[in-house]
Design a protein around this ligand. Structure first.
Ligand SMILES: *Cc1c(COP(=O)(O)O)cnc(C)c1O
Length: 411
C-alpha cells in the first residue's frame, strides 16, 4: 500500500520542487492538462505588458531594430534547441505546428523525388495525417499516405518511403517511439524522418542530434507553456539546411528581406524556413515562459516525469482498477511519454465530473481519460489527491449525472 507520508517525502526530496513557484496556478485546482495547454508562468503577463506598452506603444516601428524583434524567431528557437538536443541555429520558433509540418513535409518530399510513400501510424495526431493528405493533394504527384499500427512502423519501411512522419509520444496512449532506432532504420532505407515533438518538448530530454534526426516540429503551448496558440517551432539538422528548399517561400525566409528583389532567394541556414512576419506578442510570451527552463537539467525533468507516472500507475492500480478504469499507457520507462491514460466507456463524463472536483485532465476519443504530468509544476501530492478524487467520483457514481455527459465544443 502506498501511503501519503511516502508521497510527501517524494515532494520533499524533489530537486524540481522549487520550479512550481514560478507558475500561477489557481488555488484548489490540480492541473493535469499541461499536455494540452501549459500553465501560466507568473512573469509572462508583465513581460507581455511591457512589450505592448513600452516597445509597441512608445518605440513603435523602431522596435524591430531597437528591441531586436526581427531576430526573435531565431533567439527563441535557440532556447528551445537546448531542450531538444539541437544546436543553436537549428531551430526557429514560427507559425503553428501544422504549418511547420506542411512546410517541412513538402520540402522533404522534394528531396526524394523518385519515391511516393509518406509513412505514418494510426497513433499519430490525426491533424498531422490531414496535413500529409493536403500536401499530397497539392503536389499532385501520386504520393500516398501509408498508415500502420505504431508497432509496425519499422517493418513498413521500404524503398518507396520518402518520408516517415511520426509523433514521438502518442497523444492518446502516451506510448513513445524509439527515435534513434526508427531514424536509423529510415536512413538505412534512404528515407527521411520528420518527428513531431508536441508531447515531448519540455517534458523530457529529447536528443535530436544524438538520434541523428533530420527534421522536427513541435508545439509552444503544451509543455513549453507559451500560452494559447503560442508559436510553434521547427528543427532542421544543419546538414540538411542548405538542400531544403522552402515550399512557403516568404520574405522572412529570403536572403535579404529588405532588398525587395523581385525574385525569391532562400536565406542561408534555418532562417529560410520562415515565411511571414513573426508574431512578436506570442513570441514574447513563449520567450518569457522558457525562463522557467533556465538552469534546469532535462534529464531531471524526465526522471521526475517518470516518477510521477510510476506513482500514478501504482495508485491507479491499487484504487481504480475495481471501477473498470484500465491503464493503457505502457509502463516500461523507455516506451512511455509524460502522461498516463485510462480507458473507460464513460471517460468523457468521468473527466467532466472530476473537473467538478477541481482536478483537470482531458478526454480523447473514443474512451480515453488523459492526465498530463508536468515536472516543473506538478507535485507528487497532486497525483495523490487526483487519484483520491477520481476514486471518489467512481465510488459515488457522480459521473452518471446527465450534466456531465453534455459534449462541449472543445474536449
Ligand atoms: C497539439 C498537437 C498539434 C497541434 O498543432 P497546431 O497546429 O498547434 O494546432 C499537432 N500535432 C500533435 C502531435 C499535437 O499533439
Amino acid at each position: 500500500m502506498m501511503d501519503y507520508d511516502h508521497v510527501l517525502e517524494l515532494d520533499r526530496t524533489d530537486p524540481l520542487a522549487a520550479s512550481r513557484a514560478a507558475f500561477d496556478l489557481p488555488e484548489g485546482v490540480i492541473y493535469l492538462d499541461g499536455n494540452s495547454l501549459g500553465a501560466l508562468p507568473r512573469h509572462v503577463p508583465g513581460r507581455v505588458a511591457e512589450v505592448i506598452g513600452q516597445q509597441w506603444g512608445r518605440d513603435l516601428i523602431q522596435s524591430w531594430n531597437r528591441h531586436d524583434w526581427i531576430s526573435m524567431p531565431a533567439r527563441v528557437g535557440d532556447r528551445i534547441a537546448r531542450l531538444i538536443g539541437a544546436e543553436s541555429g537549428e531551430v526557429v520558433a514560427a507559425d503553428s505546428t501544422s504549418v511547420n509540418l506542411m512546410k517541412l513535409l513538402s520540402a522533404a518530399l522534394a528531396l526524394r523525388p523518385e519515391r511516393r510513400t509518406i509513412l505514418s501510424d494510426n497513433g499519430n495526431f490525426p491533424n498531422d495525417l490531414y496535413i500529409a493528405q493536403g500536401v499530397a493533394g497539392l503536389l499532385d504527384k501520386e504520393h500516398r499516405l501509408r498508415i500502420t499500427d505504431p508497432d509496425q512502423v519499422a517493418e513498413a519501411i521500404d524503398e518507396d518511403v520518402a518520408v516517415i512522419m511520426l509523433t514521438e509520444v502518442d497523444y492518446r496512449s502516451g506510448r513513445r517511439h524509439d527515435m534513434s532506432d526508427l531514424t536509423a532504420r529510415a536512413h538505412a532505407a534512404g528515407a527521411l524522418v520528420i518527428w513531431d515533438l508536441c508531447h515531448s518538448a519540455g517534458a523530457m530530454d529529447v536528443d535530436l542530434n544524438g538520434s541523428n534526426a533530420d527534421m522536427a516540429v513541435g508545439c509552444g503551448y503544451k509543455y513549453l507553456n507559451g500560452g494559447p496558440g503560442a508559436p510553434a517551432f521547427m528543427f532542421v539538422a544543419r546538414r540538411l539546411q542548405p538542400v531544403l528548399k522552402p515550399a512557403l517561400s516568404g520574405w522572412m525566409g529570403h536572403d535579404q528581406p529588405f532588398a525587395f528583389d523581385l525574385d525569391y532567394r532562400p536565406a542561408a541556414g534555418i532562417l529560410r524556413n520562415l515565411a511571414g512576419t513573426p508574431p512578436i506578442l506570442g513570441l514574447t510570451a513563449l520567450d518569457a515562459a522558457l525562463d522557467s527552463f533556465d538552469g534546469v537539467d532535462m534529464t531531471r525533468v524526465r526522471a521526475k516525469s517518470l516518477a510521477l507516472g510510476d506513482l500514478f500507475v501504482a495508485l491507479a492500480r491499487e484504487r481504480l482498477a475495481c471501477y473498470g478504469l484500465e491503464i493503457i499507457t505502457p509502463e516500461a520507462h523507455d516506451v512511455r511519454g509524460s502522461q498516463i491514460s485510462l480507458r473507460h466507456p464513460e471517460a468523457y463524463a468521468i473527466i467532466q465530473a472530476l473537473i467538478g472536483e477541481g482536478v483537470i485532465g482531458d478526454f480523447r476519443m473514443p474512451d480515453i481519460a488523459r492526465f498530463g504530468l508536468v515536472p516543473l509544476y506538478n507535485s507528487f501530492a497532486d497525483i495523490w489527491h487526483a487519484i483520491e478524487r477520481l476514486e471518489g467520483v467512481m465510488a459515488a457514481g457522480t459521473y452518471r449525472q446527465p450534466r456531465f455527459r453534455e459534449r462541449l465544443a472543445v474536449t
